[in-house]
Design a binder for this molecule. Structure first.
Ligand code: ATP
Ligand code: MN
Length: 301
């Protein structure tokens, strides 16, 4: 194994197998994965901060096996911040907090291509700071249908006085987020509210939308997965890479751009690669930054 020792903000970090192609189809190497996370760090770190990280590791690249890892690997460097969280079975679990660039690179060096986080921070595990609508298209429905539905959801929420933000999942669909950032919000609130929205839309657009998890409901429809609003579950973090054949980023889009893309009718245009992600983030800033600060109260329906 080849090793390189780097220093980042005074922390020593050993990087390994830098030449290995983690995305063999396009020859995208581990060095390039690390370089992506180094450059996107200022944008992704605020969204990872103080959240229990779920690693999704691809030690031999995206064409080989992967594993999810919720526990922070015990061999972590001393400067990696961790937190103890309570699992359902009452056991404590030590998780990684990606609160600085060195930790982000350490995690990327573990070939954790994808970074997944819960809707709550570890200090307030029962308080989601946002509500998510995970829009999952059932073939032949695609991301274009998701985009049109996202616009409909945005309008519906807007009539209820709520601002929303949207990102690509980097895979098949879209994630729509509603910032809340209020200490009284519970997962019961966000789950009930998002389910109500999903059920109303299913009623209004029965051919296009389903609020039901059952797979047989999905072909040709978008499943509005409201059940992701759960303390135990995660969503891929904004700016995380995805482990597809080619590296694709889960990337925030402006509503104007989403509308333009939906009208343009080319699903491939939703694919943002790492180079483009860095360039756009550096030019436009973090389109998700308000998600972390905007306070909104869920109205009673
Ligand atoms: P897509 O657009 O293709 O649906 P996605 O990221 O939304 O991509 P989903 O299958 O809809 O993928 O899952 C939503 C989220 O749930 C994921 O982003 C991930 O954080 C989490 N998740 C899904 N499957 C698992 C799993 N087996 N273990 C842990 N977390 C998972
Ligand atoms: Mn999804």
């Amino acid at each position: 194994m080849n090793r390189n020792i780097v220093e980042t903000a005074g922390n020593r970090l050993a990087l390994s197998n830098l030449e290995k192609a983690l995305y063999p189809a396009v020859g995208f190497t581990k060095a390039q994965v690390l370089e992506y996370y180094r450059r996107i760090a200022p944008f992704i770190l605020p969204h990872l901060r103080d959240r229990a990280l779920t690693l999704k590791r691809y030690p031999d690249g995206v064409e080989k096996g992967f594993f999810f890892e919720k526990r922070c690997p015990s061999h972590h460097p001393s400067w990696v911040q961790t937190a103890d969280v309570l699992r359902d079975d009452g056991e404590q679990m030590n998780v990684c907090l990606v609160n600085d660039q060195a930790t982000l690179l350490w995690v990327a060096n573990l070939a954790s291509l994808e970074l997944h986080v819960p809707m709550a921070r570890t200090g307030s595990p029962d308080t989601p700071d946002a509500m998510v609508f995970d829009l999952d298209p059932g073939v032949p429905a695609d991301i274009l249908d998701c985009a049109r539905l996202a616009l409909t959801i945005r309008d519906l929420l807007s009539r209820l006085g709520l601002v929303a933000f949207v990102k690509t999942s980097g895979q098949k669909g879209l994630h729509l987020y509603v910032p809340l950032n209020r200490p009284e919000t519970t997962f019961e609130d966000t789950k009930e509210f998002s389910r109500a929205v999903a059920v109303i839309l299913q009623k209004n657009y029965p051919d296009l939308v389903t609020a039901k998890m059952a797979k047989d409901q999905r072909p040709g429809r978008i499943f509005i997965n409201w059940s992701q609003n759960d303390a135990k579950l995660t969503t891929v973090c904004a700016y995380s890479l995805r482990a597809r054949e080619e590296p694709v980023v889960s990337f925030p889009l402006g509503w104007g751009e989403l509308e333009a893309l939906a009208n343009r009718g080319d699903a491939r245009k939703f694919r943002i690669n790492p180079g483009e992600a860095v360039e756009r983030a550096e030019k436009d800033g973090d389109l998700f930054r308000e998600l972390l600060v905007k306070e909104q109260k869920l109205p009673h329906l």
